[in-house]
Design a binder for this molecule. Structure first.
Ligand code: F6R
Ligand code: MG
Ligand code: MG
Length: 372
């Protein structure tokens, strides 16, 4: 039996400078050294790359230990603890923010960090794309994943390539109820859109190619759907979803997956996790959101995964052909900003539930008189 490769992406915001802009260089170095000495050199992982997007540090690890492996999660957790301790000493902002628990307890899920993992049988050649966002929530991936895997106007392969024409199935998650439904496309496109169009409630979790292949061969995409506000009971700044996509040879091409981000679609997040704004695809270098703590950003890391090793990353959104998307995003940002505290720039009241807004509204309650 072929040995499965697992790609694990784990990220956290454990402190930044200034405010919520970017982690300090020393934190990233410390984290990187930890993964190298405790993970790579000890043979736990085959390879890794550390990156940062906005105020978050993330690591892409390849290994043969499968998903939800305690040792892999512990490795990342300990690295974040070290980076957080360093950030605390420097009094960096939000130091230790995403480490909700004092001690590691088997899996980073529910403990603060974000995690997306994919276990698969390596194909003859396996292009793997990792996407990391800052200042938005997991539903930011729903529109581009729909476009890449279900929209023939985006993905030519759905029309031209008989391997892709079998279509793809989506796991759609109800973020509040922690339930999931598998929807087969193209058959169920309309009803799936009825769900995922409600980005405040539903998010795409996984995508598989249709057919009878086992999950380790059919898995195409997976998204980190952790919403920390639901775990912590309040908005604690977790706004940095990650996703992994496999491309080519019957799956959408790299360019078809990237094309799905060319709109610069509107997402929730931005300032105080409370505003809608465009998701701007940027180069690694430009992943430092400062205007009104944003606008929301996404970077793309392009890898080839072979025999458990990572080749790359290529900076996928550095391409100047995304300049037009970035310009549109800034025009949309300018327009939305002009609305100030009004919807649709500010999120609706239901989505503000976990922010500090309810405290403000609570104070006004006693003054509300019945209108006669
Ligand atoms: C956090 C974030 C920021 C903060 C904002 C207020 O990831 O996106 O927009 O929500 O800067 O932060 P506090 O409340 O820490 O002053
Ligand atoms: Mg933050
Ligand atoms: Mg962040």
């Amino acid at each position: 039996m072929a040995k499965n490769t697992t790609v694990s992406v784990i990220n956290a915001d454990v402190g930044s400078c200034p405010g919520h802009v970017a982690p300090e260089k020393g934190m990233i170095e410390l984290f990187e050294k930890h993964i190298e000495s405790e993970g790579l050199k000890k043979g736990l992982i085959e390879d890794f790359r550390v990156y940062n997007c906005g105020d978050d540090i993330g690591v892409v690890m390849s290994h043969f230990r499968g998903k939800d492996d305690e040792k892999i999660h512990h490795l990342a957790w300990d690295g974040f603890v070290k980076a957080a301790d360093y950030a605390k000493k420097l009094k960096l902002y939000g130091a230790g923010q995403d480490l909700l628990k004092d001690a590691f307890s088997g899996n980073v899920k529910g403990m603060g960090p974000g995690v997306a993992e994919m276990e698969f049988v390596e194909r003859k050649s396996d292009p793997v794309l990792v996407f990391a966002c800052d200042k938005t929530d997991p539903a930011a991936f729903s529109l581009p994943l729909y476009k890449a895997f279900a929209d023939p106007f985006n993905t030519a392969g759905l029309v031209i390539d008989p391997k892709a024409a079998v279509g793809f199935s989506f796991d759609v998650m109800n973020i509040y109820e922690n339930t999931v439904v598998r929807m087969k496309c193209p058959d169920e496109i309309y009803s799936m859109l009825a769900l995922i169009g409600s980005t405040g409630k539903y998010a795409v979790k996984n995508v598989f190619i249709n057919g009878n292949l086992p999950e380790t061969e059919s898995i195409c995409a997976t998204v980190c759907t952790e919403k920390l506000s639901l775990i912590a009971g309040q908005y604690v700044g977790k706004d940095d979803p990650v996703a992994i996509c496999r491309a080519q040879s019957g799956f959408p091409a790299v360019g078809e997956i990237l094309e799905a981000f060319a709109l610069g679609h509107t997402v929730a997040g931005w300032m105080r996790g409370s505003h809608r704004g465009p998701l701007m695809p940027v180069s690694f270098e430009d992943a430092t959101p400062t205007r009104f703590d944003g606008p929301p950003r996404i970077i793309g890391l392009g890898f080839q995964v072979g025999n458990g090793k990572l080749v790359g990353p290529v900076d996928l959104f550095k391409d100047p052909s995304f300049n037009i998307t970035r310009e549109r995003c800034m025009k949309v940002a300018e327009y939305l900003r002009a609305h100030g505290p009004f919807e649709p720039h500010r999120l609706g009241e239901d989505e503000m539930e976990y922010t500090t807004l309810p405290k403000v509204l609570e104070k006004l309650k006693p003054r509300m008189k019945k209108l006669v």
